[in-house]
Design a protein around this ligand. Sequence first.
Ligand SMILES: [Zn+2]
Length: 226
Amino acid sequence: MPIVYIFNPDTGLNERYERNTWDPMPYVQGRTMTVGEFRGSSISNILWTDRRIIDSWNAFRAGWGRPIFIGYAFKRIWEGGHTGQSQHYSGTALDLGHTLTDQGRAELRQYAIDSGLWSYIEPASLTPRWVHVDRRFGSPACGTGGYPALGVGSRGVYVFTLQDALMALGIMGSGLDGYFGFGTQRAVANYQLQQGLPATGGVDCNTWLRLTAQARGVGITPTVLI
Ligand SMILES: [Zn+2]
């Protein structure tokens, strides 16, 4: 049965749920987004997102007032997909509206912009066949749209993505829990040493760039948990 982690910013905890694929995602109003829809084509039985994504979805879906097709959402970094630091790897992005007409999709995109519920909406010139929306938290470590810097005490979706990448590369053998503790710090420092980067144990711009470039799309390795 799939395990769904939801980072709850009110408590600072990663809540753990066991859900069937046909169940709604935790916190979703009604059945407007099932676990299966969020998982999409990913083969992973472990998924994660942030409660604020669900909050945005609930308001977005309610305002639109009718079903919205979800074609792509969650992806593990080792499964590959979009660009190096894709918001899909952090479970904070949704690709919507594949089944609409061009006109319907243009309306959905405009509604996404007008709603103010998302941090980023991909322009139609980049994704004409669907509407990509996402939310981003913290300041990008590299200053341009990527993941934020992380260190001991960090929690939530980006820590899951970090641990997932370290596990895909065999730097961490286990411990996918979304909490940046001393074990994760040691793993990051080992990776930095291996790569000739300053071994601070914290994840800065260069560490994210190197790690995501190497882990993306490597496929199933002995250390990834499916
Ligand atoms: Zn997308």
